[in-house]
Design a protein around this ligand. Structure first.
Ligand SMILES: [Fe+2]
Length: 143
């Protein structure tokens, strides 16, 4: 995602219908505005974050809501509403959030959005610790 941001895969279902991962965002860094194409739950473990929720409109993005998150806070991602957002670390320490999504979020092709125009482009975030082409078993260290 750039900016030193990383997604670390913790668990993935064999059929890739579920993934559990941590999102690690350094101080001041922000993700691109992106979607998930799946429902999910997110909880903040460390640091503080602002989450901005957007809706795609004709030739633009509308900011629907901005939430300030502290450790212990959690929220749901429920498409189509709440599916487009951006996360920014607001603490002077790295933020870590835990995400449970109903797809292989790091490997599926989804969308990132230009803030001014609302234009969508193909986006695949990847995993820091797992190649998208590797078998599920590689997470446990076996081959
Ligand atoms: Fe996200």
């Amino acid at each position: 995602m750039g900016g030193g941001i990383g997604q670390w895969l913790l668990f993935r279902a064999a059929d890739r219908s579920l993934s559990l991962f941590s999102l690690v965002v350094p101080p001041g860094a922000a993700t691109p505005i992106h979607d998930h194409l799946a429902w999910g739950l997110v909880g903040l473990y460390a640091g503080t974050q602002d989450e901005e929720i957007y809706a795609q409109a004709e030739g633009r993005l509308d900011l629907l809501e901005r939430r300030a998150l502290r450790p212990g806070d959690f929220y749901a991602l429920l498409p189509p509403r709440d599916d487009i957002h951006r996360v920014q670390t607001t603490s002077d320490t790295t933020s870590v959030s835990i995400h449970l999504l109903t797809n292989d979020t790091g490997c599926v092709w989804r969308h990132a959005y230009e803030p001014e125009s609302g234009e969508a482009r193909p986006f695949r975030s990847g995993w820091v610790n797992v190649d998208c082409d590797h078998a599920v078993e590689s997470l446990s260290g076996s081959t």
